[in-house]
Ligand binder design. Structure first.
Ligand code: 5GP
Ligand code: ZN
Length: 129
């Protein structure tokens, strides 16, 4: 059983921020900022696109609810991050959205990589082919 399933089952403790029938939201053990929270569907799926539409709707609603709860922290904005696959930085193979509250002047918390020179027409052609 994966580590997040163990948290959902109560086998491993977690600092729960929000919970409903479909999702569990708990503080990330290695916070990148104050209030860094992980939202997970209670049913195990490895990747975002593997989730059936209806479950995805309930999951996204849970993510929004969690943002509402976190507003108590008085953040100025937030990033939502979802990694899929090892190459994308996914370490735990159970779908999870990171909600990372952002505060004015908090520095480089979430960063995209360098801009690459890529022919957009070529990319679109490959997608549409
Ligand atoms: P990923 O890199 O897969 O997108 O993110 C996994 C996240 O899960 C990491 O930020 C890591 O700190 C967090 N994490 C891993 N194990 C645990 C745990 O046992 N408890 C909690 N609360 N967070 C965890
Ligand atoms: Zn799991």
């Amino acid at each position: 059983m994966c580590i997040f399933c163990k948290i959902i089952n109560g086998e491993i403790p977690a600092k729960v921020v929000y919970e409903d029938e479909h999702v569990l939201a708990f503080l990330d053990i290695n916070p990148r900022n104050k209030g860094h929270t992980l939202v997970v569907p209670k049913k195990h799926y490895e990747r975002f696109d593997e989730m059936p539409d209806e479950e995805l709707c309930n999951f996204i609603k849970g993510v929004k609810k969690t943002v509402e709860v976190l507003k108590k922290l008085g953040f100025d904005g937030y990033n939502i991050v979802n990694n899929n696959g090892r190459v994308a930085g996914q370490e735990v193979n159970h779908v999870h959205f990171h909600i990372i509250p952002r505060y004015e002047g908090d520095g480089e918390v979430v960063k995209f990589g360098e801009v690459k020179k890529i022919d957009l027409d070529e990319v679109l052609k490959e997608i549409k082919e």
